[in-house]
Design a protein around this ligand. Structure first.
Ligand code: ISJ
Length: 116
C-alpha cells in the first residue's frame, strides 16, 4: 500500500508560487541594535515569544488529540491527510523550514498513533 502520510517529499514543494525561498521570507522590520542593551532587549522579546509559542503548541496539540479521540469514538480515522495538507499550506509562507515546522506540529498532534 502506498503511504499517504505527508512527508518532506510529499509536502507542498517549491514549485508552488506561495512558498518563498528562504532568502525571500516576509518578515517584520526589526531595527538592528547598536549596543549590548539593545541585544538584551531583543532577547527579552525572544524569550517572551518562545514562552508563548510553547503554550500555543501545547494548546494546539491538545486540540488535535481531542479531535483524533472524537473521530476514533465516532468510528472515523484518527488521521486525515487531506486536512494535514491544508494545514501545511499555511506554513508555506515561512519557507522550507516552515514546512518542516508544520510537519512537526502535525506529528505532535498525531501522537503515538501517528508514529510509523
Ligand atoms: C486535528 C485533526 O486531526 C488530525 C490532526 C491534524 C492537525 O494536527 O492539524 C490534522 C488532521 C488530522 O490528521 C483534524 O482533522 O482537524
Amino acid at each position: 500500500m502506498t503511504s499517504t502520510v505527508p512527508t518532506a517529499a510529499s509536502a507542498p514543494t517549491d514549485a508552488a508560487p506561495t512558498r518563498p525561498a528562504d532568502s525571500e521570507l516576509e518578515l517584520p522590520e526589526v531595527a538592528v541594535p547598536d549596543d549590548q542593551a539593545g541585544i538584551d532587549a531583543l532577547r527579552v522579546e525572544i524569550d517572551a515569544i518562545d514562552a508563548e509559542l510553547v503554550r500555543l503548541i501545547q494548546q494546539r496539540t491538545a486540540c488535535s488529540h481531542a479531535i483524533g479521540a472524537a473521530r476514533k469514538k465516532l468510528g472515523g480515522t484518527r488521521i486525515v491527510y487531506s486536512r494535514e495538507m491544508q494545514v501545511l499550506q499555511r506554513f508555506r509562507v515561512l519557507g522550507s523550514a516552515g514546512t518542516d515546522l508544520g510537519m512537526m506540529l502535525l506529528a505532535m498532534g498525531r501522537g503515538r498513533l501517528g508514529r510509523r
